[in-house]
Write a protein of this length. Structure first.
Length: 182
């Protein structure tokens, strides 16, 4: 059952990018379920889809960070980082669950964040979440910080593997007619 279905944004309308805070304010149930699925293994784990230079898709595992009701990712120098530098569109999907086919998906745009205070805070969080690995801040020096803004969110709930009636809930950021389309 779809909780909310919005019409496709066309013409001069372009979906407003929302933050995790916007999602939490509008649909705390989706934000909580999404965080639970992204952090189901104790740290943030997801697949990041980006757009290659030839327009094709590229998929990578990453470690998203939920912090202060915002969603971030540190990315090493890589094709995925180059993709986002050229075309900020992304898709993010939670790792598969062991007991079900529950899933969380986001689509939106990634923005580079150059705020040193924010970077320090997120490095501390990243290292704390992975304390058993004995990582150091030096290992994040070459990584670029991105904030993941949200256009669309999809939560799928199931009653186990092979559930013939998965339940899908869709949320869209409100369209902003003041922004020109791409």
């Amino acid at each position: 059952m779809l909780a909310r279905v919005d019409t496709e944004v066309t013409g001069d309308e372009r979906a407003r990018m929302a933050t995790w805070r916007d999602l939490r304010t509008d649909r705390p149930d989706l934000a909580d379920a999404g965080r639970e699925l992204l952090y189901q293994f104790g740290v943030g784990l997801a697949f990041l889809g980006t757009v290659r230079p030839d327009g094709g898709p590229r998929l990578h595992p990453i470690c998203p960070l939920c912090a202060d009701d915002r969603l971030f990712a540190f990315l090493v120098p890589s094709p995925k980082r180059d993709d986002l530098g050229r075309d900020s569109r992304y898709a993010l999907h939670s790792f598969p669950c062991a007991e079900s086919e529950d899933a969380f998906y986001l689509r939106g745009e990634a923005r580079v964040r150059d705020d040193d205070g924010l970077r320090t805070q997120l490095i501390d969080q990243f290292l704390a979440e992975r304390s058993q690995l004995a990582l150091s801040a030096d290992e994040l020096v070459d990584q670029q910080l991105f904030e993941l803004d949200i256009d669309t969110c999809l939560l799928t709930r199931t009653d186990g593997h092979g559930d013939p009636k998965p339940r899908h809930t869709v949320w869209h950021a409100e369209p902003d007619v003041s922004r020109p389309s791409r």
